[in-house]
Design a protein around this ligand. Structure first.
Ligand SMILES: *Cc1c(COP(=O)(O)O)cnc(C)c1O
Ligand code: SF4
Length: 336
């Protein structure tokens, strides 16, 4: 049993040891230092756990994992329509740390931090300082959920909620389980992919000891992100009866091909994960070079649908501020 679980603090050490210096990253990958950009690094610093770096291919400046994290000069080109708050989250904050946009589910900003800084992140400009859930804000968030009887699901999000220590997560889950009308707890996290040791025994216990049904939604964009250590982490969740889904972001030069998307779905399913959403990019300043047009995205998903069983085709979606749910983009099969 002991060999089955990672050391309880291994993930925190991996978090602290993440690479934040582009020079170190590029040296390790035997790539020219000119690939990185100082202004982009200053506006949103590089952060990548070593476990993910070990899955990058040395000598490949176009490695799909590298392109997700390396500060690039292309981020400094201002593009009309790409802004700092593309999802208008600042106007849907009923209480600090609470984002309530959809009727039956509420999102709680559990942590401002992440294990990794993804260059396309829609929250790269989000003012987390005003939105931390400290003890007082937490009580107010609980009161808000308690007073909204239509809510059936609480989503721990961030940043990455699994940057939070297990003891605190366990207390939060216990508090939420005390609200009768909640049925489910959902965790949106990239940590089991980028630091697989994060799936500790105490985390799994916190998610199974509760009456709430637990759902973990991973964020994985490319099949190369999944290795044996990720498989092991997901197995720990699945063996405990936890539903594990994945959402990906459609990113130019990273996963914008039918072959890559097909491999992503198949690789995820092999390790016990069902695809959930494939998001088109949120128009966040600094990420325009990752953008794919809606029509290209709809053609990709239309073709993907001809190559995979329905349950392995993610829903192509976008978040449009003011809508009562995510907005689905229909597959286009006119040229297939
Ligand atoms: C995306 C999101 C959700 C979850 O939506 P699902 O379609 O249930 O995955 C909930 N709340 C907010 C604020 C969101 O942005
Ligand atoms: S892990 Fe998620 S929230 Fe964190 S930087 Fe990446 S995309 Fe953003």
């Amino acid at each position: 049993m002991n060999a089955y679980w990672p050391a309880p603090d291994a993930w925190q050490q991996a978090l602290r040891n993440a690479i934040t210096d582009p020079v170190e990253l590029l040296r390790q990958l035997q790539l020219p230092l000119s690939l990185s950009n100082g202004d982009a690094q200053n506006s949103f610093e590089l952060r990548v756990p070593r476990a993910l770096v070990s899955r990058m291919k040395p000598g490949n400046p176009k490695d799909p994992l590298l392109l997700q994290v390396l500060p690039s000069a292309r981020e400094m080109i201002a593009t009309p329509g790409f802004s700092n708050d593309p999802l208008a989250e600042l106007s849907t904050n009923p209480s600090a740390g609470v984002v309530h946009k959809y009727r039956d589910r509420v999102l709680l900003i559990t942590s401002g931090g992440c294990a990794i800084n993804c260059r396309y992140c829609f929250r790269r400009h989000f003012p987390y300082q005003q939105n931390q859930l400290g003890p007082e804000q937490w009580q107010r968030a609980l009161a808000y959920i308690d007073a909204n009887r239509e809510l059936s699901e609480a989503i721990l999000s961030g940043g990455d909620p699994l940057v939070t220590p297990d003891t605190r997560l366990a207390r939060m889950i216990t508090d939420l389980a005390g609200i009768d009308h909640l049925k489910r707890i959902r965790i949106h996290t990239r940590l089991p992919v980028v630091i697989p040791e994060r799936v500790t025994r105490s985390l799994v216990e916190a998610l199974t000891a509760t009456r709430l049904q637990a759902v973990v939604v991973l964020h994985c964009n490319h099949p190369q992100e999944v290795d044996d250590s990720v498989r092991t982490a997901i197995t720990r969740l699945r063996e405990a009866g936890i539903t594990v889904l994945n959402q990906a972001v459609l990113l130019r030069d990273i996963n914008d091909s039918v072959v890559t998307l097909q491999q992503l779905s198949e690789t995820l399913f092999e390790v016990g994960v069902l695809p959930y959403y494939l998001f088109v990019l949120d128009p966040v300043a600094g990420a325009a070079h990752f953008d794919i047009s809606d029509s290209e995205a709809q053609k990709l998903i239309g073709e993907l649908q001809t190559r995979l069983p329905g349950y392995l085709v993610p829903r192509l979606a976008r978040e449009i501020p003011g809508r009562p749910s995510k907005t689905l983009l229909p597959p286009d099969q006119t040229d297939v």
